[in-house]
Design a binder for this molecule. Structure first.
Ligand SMILES: Nc1ncnc2c1ncn2[C@@H]1O[C@H](COP(=O)(O)OP(=O)(O)O)[C@@H](O)[C@H]1O
Ligand SMILES: O=C(CO)[C@@H](O)[C@H](O)COP(=O)(O)O
Length: 476
């Protein structure tokens, strides 16, 4: 342990696409006493899959790195990558690897489901979201169609975070935040939608109970992790909902997260229902809403372009007119699952640094365009953007966000906001407090503030025009 603790200890877990991160936190002060991290493998190519057993092993490794601190924890919570389809057999073992949020193969099933159940407007009003290929319901429909034997062998369906909660506690429990990314949890009724489940041939009994905000999932019963048996386990949530808790976010404050996925979101008191599908109408982990837009091509796409150019990720050069839409994995926002990357405007004076800057611009443009849809009437137009995720540590990312948004930016000092949010949820459960209030008490959103830069409207217009003019290529 690196520091002395004043209060009980809690563990926050971030089981995201690329790795598991764990923090042991003093529940009174928010001081981080120990941290661990272990990587995940994701299959390459069009399909994106991970073995759920690997998340469990990574959790064990990351906790082991926390040393004695983890063994002294009184409560724990897990924030996990959203939407992933985990299929378990009758004995609770994975039937096959999990299909992840960024797997675009279910695009045809998504289109069919939207049409079969009344169209985009009807989905938005009922479920809160139009279920694109990311949503669990589209993934399950893909599995039934493409691997009927695997679907038939499935006795239980879980999301990544509730798979881990079940292995920790033995209880089948999820929460409203993560459930709201399935496509079979309706935000209009705040319950599973039995008609949708029937349409996709999934029995409600195959799904976990949805805990109320503040409710526990159970206690640690697993004996193969360095955790005390009997420690409280919170219901956990999706990683974006956990980060919102970790920031102690208030309604209308905008967040831009730069990780494997790019996300923009805010907390809202109003239930979202966007029929264009740009804004997912997620629930948050507390009882409010989390309108959010997500891109598939963020830090990994830009790092790939830097590697192609043989440059450090910070070796950018502003200026020039080259435009890049770095949609290497297809794209979700805008909804172009079959897209690949597009470069327009190459000239003799285009330098490698300008080309790399264009990749940042394209990735940030997609997020900022969606932010305009995410923010509702309650949002303060010049509130600073809270910049989080691994990319927030990079100067090139930060400056691109400032230049294209024209907004002030705050980069919280705390780096692991998903894991911190999970820790705040665990502390809230242990101490009987609102987890967002716990995070505010811990001061997790404090960080370096950067003034607004003049907005680069010319670059924005070039990007918007390339997106519109390139439509035929991007839809191919
Ligand atoms: N110092 C840094 N500068 C810019 N980008 C960084 C830096 N450190 C990490 N990253 C980026 O952060 C990404 C991981 O972000 P993270 O939020 O941890 O991912 P995940 O979505 O899996 O939780 C990596 O793909 C990497 O490109
Ligand atoms: O699909 C979404 C949000 O709808 C993603 O944000 C996932 O939740 C994956 O998150 P990271 O691994 O990038 O944190």
């Amino acid at each position: 342990m690196g520091a002395q603790s004043a209060g009980p200890l809690v563990v926050g877990v971030d089981s995201s696409t690329q790795s598991t991160k764990t923090l042991v936190v003093d529940a009174d002060t928010g001081v981080v006493l120990a941290r661990g991290q272990a990587p995940h493998a994701v299959s390459g190519g069009e399909g994106k899959e991970s073995d759920p057993g690997q998340w469990w092993r990574a959790l064990g490794e990351a906790l082991a790195q926390c040393g004695d601190a983890a063994r002294q924890a009184s409560a724990l919570s897990v924030g996990g990558q959203q939407h992933g389809l985990v299929t378990l057999d009758a004995a609770g073992a994975p039937v096959r690897p999990a299909l992840l949020w960024n797997d675009v193969r279910p695009a045809p099933q998504s289109e069919r489901l939207i049409a079969e159940l009344g169209g985009a407007q009807a989905w938005a009003e009922r479920v809160g979201s139009v279920p694109g290929p990311a949503f669990t319901v589209a993934k399950w429909a893909w599995l039934r169609e493409n691997e009927p034997a695997a679907a038939a062998a499935t006795a239980a369906v879980r999301l990544p975070h509730d798979y881990l909660v079940q292995r920790l506690t033995g209880e089948a429990v999820t929460d409203r935040g993560d459930a709201s990314g399935t496509g079979w949890w309706a935000s209009s009724t705040e319950s599973y939608d039995t008609e949708i489940l029937e349409q996709v041939g999934l029995a409600p009994e195959a799904l976990p109970r949805v805990a109320l905000p503040g409710e526990a999932a159970g206690t640690v019963h697993a004996d193969d992790l360095p955790l005390p048996k009997g420690a409280l386990v919170a219901a956990g949530t999706g990683d974006n909902m956990a980060a919102a808790l970790g920031l102690g976010l208030r309604p209308g404050q905008p967040v831009l997260s730069l990780g494997t996925s790019g996300t923009v979101y805010t907390v809202s008191r109003h239930r979202p229902a966007d029929p264009t599908g740009t804004v997912a109408g997620f629930a948050d982990a507390r009882g409010d809403w989390l309108p959010l837009a997500c891109t598939l091509n963020c830090t990994l796409a830009v790092d790939r372009v830097a590697a192609l150019l043989g440059r450090d990720r910070e070796a950018v050069e502003e200026g020039g007119e080259v435009v890049m839409l770095p949609f290497l994995d297809g794209e979700r926002t805008p909804n172009l699952p079959g897209a690949s990357g597009l470069v327009h405007g190459l000239r003799h004076d285009t330098t490698p640094g300008r080309l790399l800057q264009a990749a940042y611009d394209g990735a940030v443009f997609a997020l900022l365009q969606a932010l305009e849809e995410v923010l509702d009437a309650d949002a303060a137009p010049d509130a600073p953007l809270l910049l989080i995720g691994g990319g927030a540590r990079g100067r090139a990312w930060r400056e691109t966000v400032r230049r294209l948004s024209g907004r002030p930016v705050v980069v919280p000092e705390a780096q692991e906001l998903v894991a911190l949010g999970a820790a705040a949820q665990a502390a809230g459960l242990l101490l009987g407090e609102d987890p967002a209030a716990v995070a505010r008490r811990w001061g997790t959103a404090r960080g370096a503030a950067y003034e607004a830069r003049p907005r680069d409207g010319a670059a924005w217009d070039r990007l918007a025009a390339t997106l519109a003019d390139g439509a035929a290529l991007l839809r191919r």
